[in-house]
Design a protein around this ligand. Structure first.
Ligand SMILES: NC(=O)c1ccc[n+]([C@@H]2O[C@H](COP(=O)([O-])OP(=O)(O)OC[C@H]3O[C@@H](n4cnc5c(N)ncnc54)[C@H](OP(=O)(O)O)[C@@H]3O)[C@@H](O)[C@H]2O)c1
Length: 255
């Protein structure tokens, strides 16, 4: 059976996406504790993937998922290498979903406050992690018959769309990962690997301190709604869309 790997699955969008993947793939209703999943009544017809859900933290949301779970810190080369070793080079990976991400508090990420630690921390997770994990799993990806690799980036990484400034580390880390995945799409086109860059919209998760503080942010949606949109895009896009940047609505975004 094909295999899907997802990072950042202990919370927010990654957790919601993992639950969708598992629901989509189960032949039978899945049994997740009701408090942890609104999908536990779902049944689906096609058994598409074996799901490996990962996060740096082996928290209850992750370990409650009815699938294989792994501790994986995408900012650590050692962690990436031991995860790849654990999978083994012979297992084909059909879908690699990079969702893990971090964001500095905007007041610590402004022109006058951003510092080297914040830049390094943000780039390690948001930019270098997705590249190095893809690189480590490339032998597996190339063994799949029609593989997809996608990264949940952000519209704030768009140069064209930048009218508000600020968020130096976060914005640049997403612009950086967009550039890396664009190159990857070119390099892997002949191997038949579809590479997608995705924007989930504004989502009510713990990533943005405003949501933690209960501030109503205009247009913000629940993680389940964002994940559903992202999944529709992921499912719907093929080689004609490789190397492109999509909103969860399916709208193509400018770089
Ligand atoms: N929320 C939004 O409005 C929004 C908008 C645009 C793009 N995004 C992107 O969407 C993705 C998911 O974010 P989210 O909103 O769902 O935030 P979230 O709820 O904070 O989820 C991020 C997950 O990534 C994990 N993570 C952090 N560092 C990691 C590492 N080194 N290795 C592995 N996992 C790590 C976090 O684990 P811990 O909890 O242990 O730190 C957390 O489980 C991010 O890439 C984010 O940039 C979000």
């Amino acid at each position: 059976m094909p295999t899907a790997i997802i990072t950042g699955a202990n919370s927010g969008i990654g957790h919601a996406l993992a639950r969708i993947l598992i629901s989509e793939v189960s032949k039978n209703p899945i049994s997740i504790a009701p408090s942890l999943s609104p999908f536990n009544s779902l049944t689906s017809s096609i058994q598409n993937y074996t799901v490996l859900a990962t996060d740096q933290t082996l928290g209850l949301p992750l370990t409650s998922l009815p699938c294989e779970t792994h501790q994986l810190d995408v900012s650590s080369l050692l962690s990436i290498q031991s995860f790849a070793q654990c999978i083994g080079a012979d297992t084909p990976i059909d879908l690699l979903l990079h969702v893990a991400g971090v964001m500095e508090r905007p007041e610590d990420d402004a022109l006058h406050t951003v510092d080297l630690d914040g830049l390094q921390r943000t780039f390690a997770v948001n930019t270098f992690g997705p590249l190095l994990l893809t690189q480590a799993l490339l032998p597996n990806i190339l063994k799949a018959s029609s593989p997809k690799v996608a990264v949940v980036s952000s519209r704030v990484g768009s140069m064209t769309d930048n009218t508000s400034g600020g968020q130096y580390a976060y914005r640049a880390s997403k612009a950086g990962v967009n550039s890396l995945f664009k190159s990857m799409s070119v390099d892997l086109r002949e191997d038949g690997v579809v590479v997608l860059v995705l924007h989930p919209g504004i989502v009510k998760t713990g990533l943005d301190p405003r949501h933690k503080e209960g501030v109503e942010v205009e247009g913000a949606v629940e993680p389940d709604d964002a994940a559903r949109g992202l999944w529709d895009v992921l499912e719907g896009k093929g080689m004609e869309s490789t190397g492109k940047f999509f909103h969860r609505t399916g709208e193509e975004l400018p770089w």
